[in-house]
Design a protein around this ligand. Structure first.
Ligand SMILES: [Zn+2]
Length: 303
């Protein structure tokens, strides 16, 4: 077979690929982000997002428990404080809670200092709820800024899962050469592209059937399994936790488990494993320095 990954990391116990079914537990944080002035008046949309916290997350935890897998949930600090009982269920299930902003802010709209304040406030909420400092981060709304990496490094983070520079894990480095594991993101693993359809935000894409959506995710998983890679979901409880979609997830995990040689792990566990490989000199990942430019590139114009 022609292997299309030049430098795959070795996975524990000879597994062919690592899988993390990661969820972004956004609940109504998105509503408040989109509609800071009149979110309380948008009751119907609010109920859809609350479904994520109140019904979908417990349903997803039931699925994880059934398959005896521990996974990662990225949770904005505001949601951690808003839903203590659900957060306790996640912790009691042995899953990882990672950082996803305070109120799902688009941090590249903010100054360096405000971005720091958002990061610290989210960390504080997670620390109070879990007794642990989060080590992983996924930037809300793909809005990773030129300051994000340095802020993560300054605050002891071990991995990020927001960027799409490779389809296997790699490292992002800052101007001083300090490194962070990147567990890459891609829209093809994001359920937003498959299921999201919201009048209020003028996001009116056709809704795919669970079978169509799972086929997109499955293609990435099968390739990761074949070539020795990595596959992680970017799913949202309020989207993928709906009944028919959750049912399709059960079938998808059954498929992955029956295929065998799949390492289901939290992103924290995957990061610890990769850092160990690097330390022992057994894997040299691709490195990508961010940000890519100090200022906008001068363009040729008419004026
Ligand atoms: Zn999110």
């Amino acid at each position: 077979m022609l292997n299309l990954i030049d430098n795959p990391p070795k996975w524990p116990n000879g597994a062919r690929c690592a899988v993390c079914i990661a969820f972004d537990f956004d609940a109504e944080s998105i509503l408040h982000e989109f509609f800071p002035k009149d979110a309380p008046r948008r009751v119907a949309l609010g109920s859809t997002f609350r479904f994520g916290a109140k019904v979908a997350v417990p349903r997803i935890l039931k699925i994880f428990d059934h398959f005896n897998i521990k996974q990662t949930m990225f949770v904005p600090g505001w949601c951690v404080e808003q839903y203590p009982d659900v957060i306790k269920m996640i912790i009691d299930g042995g899953h990882e809670i990672a950082h996803h902003g305070w109120l799902h802010e688009r941090v590249n709209n903010f100054s360096h200092n405000v971005e720091r304040e958002i990061l610290l406030r989210g960390m504080d909420a997670i620390e109070k709820a879990t007794g642990r400092t989060p080590i992983g981060y996924r930037c809300p709304s793909n809005a990773f800024s030129e300051n994000t990496l340095n802020l993560l490094l300054e605050n002891g983070f071990k991995y990020d899962s927001s960027l799409g520079g490779h389809d296997i894990p790699y490292q992002i480095t800052n101007q001083k050469g300090h490194k962070l594991i990147e567990l890459p993101y891609d829209y093809s693993s994001d359920d937003w592209a498959q299921y999201a359809h919201f009048d209020d935000v003028n996001h009116l894409m056709p809704i795919r059937s669970p079978a169509e959506a799972i086929n997109v995710f499955k293609a990435d998983f099968e390739a990761a399994w074949q070539h020795g890679g990595y596959w992680a979901a970017v799913w949202h409880p309020f989207l993928s936790g709906r009944l028919a979609r959750a049912s399709a997830i059960v079938e998808f995990i059954e498929h992955m488990q029956s295929k065998g040689s799949v390492w289901f792990a939290t992103m924290a566990e995957i990061t610890t494993h990769l850092d160990g490989l690097i330390e022992k000199g057994e894997w040299s990942p691709m490195q990508d320095r961010v940000p890519f430019w100090k200022s906008p590139v001068t363009q040729i114009t008419n004026s």
